[in-house]
Design a protein around this ligand. Structure first.
Ligand code: COA
Length: 167
């Protein structure tokens, strides 16, 4: 099915067929939803503690904290960081657990790619969790090392992947 997208008057990216919207987080309620999804999916469900919602990188001007909503309900997050030279890093991708494996991750990336293009990015980079590599493969990403230093500092279990944006 072809998904039409448009930019609303508020600057949100909307997917008209499924009522998805991707917003850059700014309202307090959206920050809470954003951190709540990440804390649960990427920390608690992975047996980790110490999630820091005040981590300075969230508030750097070149970084874009993004929240996916389905008919107004927050269901997913990522942060798109400008890495220079037309490249953006997709960080901390999460769909809330009850909503996983229903096509929402695919919808998130359709909108993130549109958002990236609208910010003049032509390549997306990710450090994928090993059990998410197949998901990225299905979204058209390829395994390719893009930064030795970042790779080393982030631990060896992440898989560096790349997607060129076309169109
Ligand atoms: C990984 C994640 C973002 C995918 O989102 P999702 O909504 O569950 O994925 P979708 O339902 O849109 O799946 C799209 C396709 O990828 C596949 N897929 C999704 N997650 C997968 C996984 N972990 N392993 C293998 N395939 C996967 C689906 O089967 C589907 O394939 P299909 O189109 O052939 O049917 C989500 O499951 C999640 O938040 N997982 C936990 C956190 C995580 O791993 N984040 C990534 C860190 S880099």
């Amino acid at each position: 099915m072809r998904h039409k997208r448009r930019v609303s008057q508020e600057g949100q990216l909307k997917d008209e067929t499924a009522y998805y919207s991707l917003i850059k987080v700014s309202l307090e309620a959206d920050w809470q939803a954003y951190h709540g999804i990440r804390r649960r999916v990427l920390w608690e469900l992975r047996g980790k503690s110490g999630y820091d919602s005040d981590f300075p990188d969230e508030y750097i001007i070149f970084n874009h904290p993004l929240l996916l909503k389905l008919a107004g309900r927050p269901i997913g997050t990522t942060r798109l960081d400008n890495y220079g030279q037309g490249r953006g890093i997709v960080r901390l991708v999460a769909i809330s657990q009850p909503d996983q494996r229903q096509g929402h991750g695919r919808a998130l990336f359709r909108l993130v790619e549109d958002y990236a293009r609208s910010h003049f990015l032509n390549t997306l980079l990710v450090k994928a969790a090993p059990d998410a590599v197949e998901f990225y493969n299905k979204m058209g990403w390829i395994t390719q090392e893009w930064d030795d230093s970042e790779y080393m500092s982030s631990g060896s279990d992440c898989v560096q992947m790349v997607k060129a944006l076309v169109g």
